[in-house]
Design a protein around this ligand. Structure first.
Ligand SMILES: Cc1cc2nc3c(=O)[nH]c(=O)nc-3n(C[C@H](O)[C@H](O)[C@H](O)COP(=O)(O)O)c2cc1C
Length: 217
C-alpha cells in the first residue's frame, strides 16, 4: 500500500450504499484490525450496522445517509488513550482506503448503542464509519503551512510531513495543532482546546510520519 497516496485520496464520506463489506475485503479488514490490536493494545471492534450508534439528529442535518458499518476504538483509561486511538485508527483508516472502503471518523456516537462489552476500566473513545460510499468525499478547507508551523527554513521531508498533517481528518476540521522542530526533530503538539483534540493529535502525528518518512526513504 502507498500510504502517502491514501492520505490524499481519503476524505470523510457520509453517504453510504447498501453494499455490505464481505468476502476478501472483509477478511483483509479483520486481519488488519487483529494486527493493530496486537500492536497498540487498544480494543478495536467492527460491527456491521451503525443504526443504533449513529443516531444523532445532527448527522441527518449534515447529510448522513445509509447504514455503514462502524469500528469502535476503546481501551483502559490512561492519559495516552485518546492520542493512541487517533494514531492507530488513522493507520487503519489509510489501510481501509487502500482496499476500496470509505470512512468517516465519528465522535458524535451514542455510547449506549454500542454493541460491545467493555470492562469497568475501559472507555470507548471514538468510532469510525466504514463501508462503500456513494461518493468519495472532497478535500477539506485547510489552514496554510505558516498557520501550523513557524519554521522558516524547512527541509523537503519536513514540508512533506506538514502537508500530510494538513490533509489529516480533524474533528470539525479544527486543525488545532502546531508543528515545530527541537534539535532537528519534529515535535507536534495540540494547540488550544477543542473536541477530540487528543484524538486529532494522534491522527496528525501518524500522517506527519508517513509524509516525513516517505521523503526520507
Ligand atoms: C476525532 C474526529 C471526530 C469526528 N466526528 C465527526 C462526527 O461526529 N460527525 C461527522 O460527520 N464527522 C466527524 N468527523 C469528520 C470531520 O468533520 C472531518 O474529518 C473534517 O471535516 C475534515 O474533512 P475530511 O475528513 O474530509 O478531510 C470527525 C473527525 C475526527 C478526526
Amino acid at each position: 500500500m502507498n500510504e502517502l497516496k491514501m492520505i490524499y485520496e481519503r476524505h470523510s464520506v457520509r453517504s453510504y450504499s447498501d453494499k455490505k463489506i464481505e468476502g476478501e475485503v472483509l477478511d483483509k479488514m479483520m486481519a488488519a484490525i487483529d494486527e493493530l490490536q496486537q500492536e497498540s493494545g487498544i480494543r478495536i471492534e467492527f460491527r456491521e450496522s451503525s443504526r443504533k450508534v449513529f443516531t444523532s439528529p445532527m448527522m441527518k442535518l449534515i447529510g448522513w445517509k445509509g447504514d455503514p458499518g462502524y469500528i469502535v476504538l476503546a481501551g483502559k483509561d490512561t492519559d495516552e488513550l485518546d492520542e493512541n486511538c487517533g494514531y492507530y485508527g488513522e493507520k487503519l483508516v489509510l489501510y481501509l482506503q487502500s482496499i476500496g472502503l470509505n470512512t468517516c471518523w465519528v465522535g458524535m456516537f451514542k455510547k449506549g448503542g454500542l454493541d460491545i462489552v467493555l470492562s469497568a476500566d475501559e472507555r470507548p473513545v471514538i468510532t469510525i464509519a466504514v463501508g462503500y460510499g456513494n461518493d468519495s468525499g472532497k478535500p477539506h478547507k485547510s489552514k496554510t503551512i505558516n498557520e501550523v508551523c513557524d519554521i522558516s527554513d524547512i527541509s523537503e521531508a519536513f514540508r512533506n510531513g506538514v502537508d500530510a498533517a494538513l490533509a489529516a481528518p480533524t474533528a470539525v476540521n479544527q486543525q488545532k495543532f502546531k508543528i515545530s522542530s527541537v534539535d532537528g526533530q519534529p515535535v507536534i503538539t495540540a494547540d488550544g482546546k477543542g473536541p477530540f483534540i487528543k484524538v486529532d493529535l494522534g491522527i496528525v502525528k501518524y500522517n506527519f510520519e508517513v509524509g516525513y518518512k516517505n521523503c526520507n526513504e
